[in-house]
Design a protein around this ligand. Structure first.
Ligand code: SF4
Length: 347
């Protein structure tokens, strides 16, 4: 049997007990087996509504953690490759965030932490503990606007590029924004806070970013426009504010897909996001619309999930040998609160 047949056979055996989710950045060989595809928000919602006993998440680790948080007793979440992590998520260690939150709130100032969903369960737990929440690239502005009504300032974690793009769309002046220097294990933040030098900032930004979207530069967009003057350039808001300003449109993966879907026949569209999604759209609209990447930028963590690993996992589930994702229950309550706040604010 080939890999596809092994997957089909396992699916047949597991029937309604199995559901497979796939993020848009997964490759075609994996995504063709997904029951549901989507961005982080869509997948979190759908996994929370699923009644299947076995939830398989083709994506990176934090996505599986979010699904495990929302799972009901008796439901298990599995990752075909548990080592598929997110570079950006690793840039925000929870213990450091906790330490910095302690420093920022020591004088009684109410700072609301808001984390991008691309963060560990432990970071989401810190946000829940301090009355904060979670957002995705689809609902970032809504959640940032919400967080600003909850306290004196917001600390957005971990993607400062996304944070600055959201701030720009909400009209938050740059004078109110500050990218934190988290070096020396947070001691610089403590010193600045003690000296009263952080009080003007109403939007504090953690200095992380997505390595895959950080590769896009304004020069790439200029080159695309030079070669194709009628092109429409779409980028993801994890790109820098300069790249977003140079593009015609910035949006989540779902928003990019919708834009392409609604573009008139004959449109020429360059897309600046992870290459698997761009290739899929190019293939889907071949002969109707001309679609090409701004730059060939692939996420090596997403690529760790393969069709072969999916097949092996499904067979292990059938044989009762698969290890479900375990989450730390001491963190789960706080993290669940943060995630549920997002789902309620954006319902
Ligand atoms: Fe993380 Fe960027 Fe890869 Fe998405 S594309 S999983 S944000 S490193």
């Amino acid at each position: 049997m080939n890999t596809q047949q092994r997957i089909e056979q396992a699916r047949k055996t597991l029937g309604q007990d199995l559901v497979i989710f796939g993020h848009h950045y997964q490759n075609d060989a994996v995504i063709r087996h997904a029951d549901h595809t989507g961005d982080s928000l869509e997948l979190a919602r759908k996994s929370g509504n699923s009644t299947a006993k076995h939830i398989v998440f083709c994506g990176v680790h934090f996505m599986g953690e979010s699904a495990a948080l929302l799972a009901e007793p008796g439901q298990n979440v599995y990752l075909p490759e548990p080592k598929a992590d997110c570079v950006m998520a690793r840039m925000a260690p929870a213990a450091l965030l906790d330490r910095i939150m302690t420093a920022l709130t020591a004088d009684g100032r109410k700072v609301i932490p808001l984390t991008y969903v691309n963060s560990s369960l432990a970071v989401k737990a810190v946000c829940g503990k301090y009355g904060g929440s979670v957002c995705t690239s689809s609902n970032g502005e809504t959640m940032l606007a919400w967080a600003r009504t909850q306290g004196d300032a917001v600390l957005f974690v971990p993607d400062h590029k996304l944070g600055r793009n959201m701030a720009r769309r909400l009209g938050i002046p740059e004078t109110e924004q500050l990218i934190l220097n988290i070096s020396k294990n947070g001691r610089l933040v403590e010193e600045l806070q003690n000296a009263g030098r952080l009080n003007q900032a109403r939007l504090l930004l953690w200095p992380g970013c997505c390595a895959i979207h950080a590769r896009f530069h304004v020069e790439h967009i200029d080159a695309v426009r030079k070669n194709a003057p009628d092109v429409q350039v779409l980028v993801h808001p994890e790109c820098s504010p300069e790249v977003v300003a140079a593009a015609d449109f910035a949006g989540s993966t779902s928003a990019i897909i919708k834009y392409v879907e609604e573009a008139r026949r004959g449109s020429v569209i360059a897309i600046g996001t992870e290459i698997n999604l761009v290739r899929r759209l190019r293939h889907r609209y071949a002969g109707e619309k001309e679609i090409f990447p701004v730059l060939d930028s692939a996420c090596s963590d997403m690529a760790k999930v393969t069709e072969e690993k999916l097949a092996a996992l499904l067979e292990d589930i059938v044989n009762g040998r698969a290890c479900p994702l375990q989450i730390d229950q001491t963190q789960a309550d706080h993290a669940r609160r943060a995630l549920r706040t997002m789902l309620e604010v954006c319902s």
